[in-house]
Ligand binder design. Structure first.
Ligand code: PLP
Length: 437
């Protein structure tokens, strides 16, 4: 293992308290399966698939080999008026596992790019059908949709917006669906479908004909796993249809078996018009994202332009990068051959039993979860987010990596986890959250 000096002189870390990190760096030097190792050799169990990425576990040779082969065969192709065979194959494979009718794929490199691309595609679609006045978006309080300017506008997490006001787009926010009285609900709460009526209120207040799309995470991930109440997503679908609004599911976290089905759309039986995905698309190995749209959306945009110019004036240097496509195809092969979506579904009970067994620990305020996703809301500390940060560090020292947002810990173990790995995770939580200080 190479030992490189860690100095904060040049590197500015994202979403990190750089001063604190400087005092106490927490570094991963190596990873395999569901474990990381620090440079000192301490083993750390990966409770969050990195950042919801490594569904098939770390260090998969099949992906490394596919990437190497692609690099040697065709390392880069521009995708403006050019293309490579590998991205057509990837689009075909994704269409196979997406809900029926959502079969046109546009590629980018990150979830944030997927979200901003999806916003532009929605605008282009409405313009193509003669409804260019639809320029407003609806999203939800506590939502996370990446950090580009479109996604920042959609964001419903105040910390992600506050410093950047003045450059955001026209977005109005529905209420989130968390409810104090439904604490400790496993899977979907019974009550709350009526919260989707916020979309109807927005239509009445702003004019449904001014709204291009409504963006939601089917399960709100980054805030700490908030599972939609029964009937909520269905109701959103009905209202969106009534007012001609596109329904976009941001499945950057929930895609690729995280909820028990390939996509949360299938898990909850609601088909949106657009799905964004990233993270586990390549098992986190090479940055890549995609926007999947209904056939009709792409056809309408393409048919609207007769001149010899691109129909969608949008794209990235790294759109459909051949090496990323190769990594994604190898990841999809693993998911299929090892039946990992099914495996996630069958592991879910053990996982959620373990997490919900922590209910009575002194630091636990709420527990939520569905499939292989769960959130632990900690009892409030002195300042918002302080306890989450402290507990996250304590867990690291105890040998468990977990994503924390504010005072929520967010779990998304790899779909290749063994039951013993899940037990180890819960044991670590019991040790750290069992402390009353
Ligand atoms: N959308 C959702 C729902 C996400 O959870 C994330 C990241 O966590 C993003 C978008 C942004 O993805 P990225 O960090 O790859 O830009």
């Amino acid at each position: 293992m190479t030992h490189m000096p860690i100095t904060m002189d040049n590197h500015w870390l994202p979403f990190t308290n750089n001063r604190l990190f400087h005092q106490e760096p927490q570094i991963f030097a190596r990873a395999k399966g569901v474990r990381y190792w620090t440079p000192e050799g301490q083993e750390i169990l990966d409770g969050s698939s990195g950042l919801f990425c490594s569904a098939a576990g770390h260090g998969r040779p099949e992906i490394a080999e596919a990437v190497h082969k692609q690099l040697m065969e065709l390392d880069y192709t521009p995708h403006f008026q050019r293309a490579a065979p590998v991205s057509f194959e990837l689009a075909r494979r994704l269409a196979e596992i997406l809900p029926e009718g959502i079969d046109r794929l546009f590629f980018g490199s990150s979830g944030s790019e997927a979200v901003d691309s999806a916003m532009k595609i929605c605008l282009a679609y409405h313009r193509a059908r003669g409804e260019a006045q639809r320029t407003r978006f609806v999203s939800r309080s506590w939502g996370y949709h990446g950090v580009n300017l479109g996604g920042t506008s959609l964001a419903g997490m105040v910390g992600n917006r506050r410093d950047f006001s003045g450059v955001t787009c026209d977005v109005v926010h529905m209420r989130h669906t968390w409810n104090e009285e439904q604490r400790f609900t496993r899977s979907q709460p019974e009550d709350g479908a009526h919260l989707a009526d916020d979309l109807e209120d927005m239509c009445k207040t702003y004019g449904g004909e001014t709204i291009a799309a409504v963006f939601v995470e089917p399960i709100a991930g980054s805030i700490g796993t908030i599972v939609p109440p029964k009937g909520y997503l269905q109701r959103l679908r009905q209202i969106a249809d009534k007012y001609g609004i596109l329904l976009v599911f941001d499945e950057v976290i929930t895609g690729f078996g995280r909820t028990g089905s390939a996509f949360a759309s299938q898990e909850f039986g609601v088909t949106p018009d657009v799905i964004t995905m990233a993270k586990a698309l390549t098992n986190g190995t090479i940055p890549m994202s995609a926007v999947a749209v209904k056939t009709e959306i792409q056809k309408t945009v393409i048919a609207s332009v007769t001149a010899d110019r691109p129909e969608l004036m949008h794209g990235y240097t790294y759109s459909a990068h051949p090496v990323a496509c190769a990594a994604a195809l190898a990841a999809l092969d693993i998911y299929r051959d090892e039946k990992l979506f099914e495996r996630g579904k069958s592991l879910s009970d053990t996982f959620l039993d373990g997490v919900f067994g922590l209910r009575n620990l002194p630091q636990v305020y709420d527990l939520r979860g569905h499939g292989m996703m769960a959130g632990i809301q900690l009892t409030p500390g002195k300042a918002p987010g302080e306890k989450g940060s402290i507990v996250q560090r304590l867990l690291f020292k105890d040998g468990l990596h977990v994503k924390a947002t504010g005072d929520a810990l967010i779990f998304a173990p790899a779909l290749v986890s063994e039951e013993s790995d899940l037990e180890q995770m819960v044991d670590s939580l019991r040790r750290v959250l069992g402390r009353s200080d």
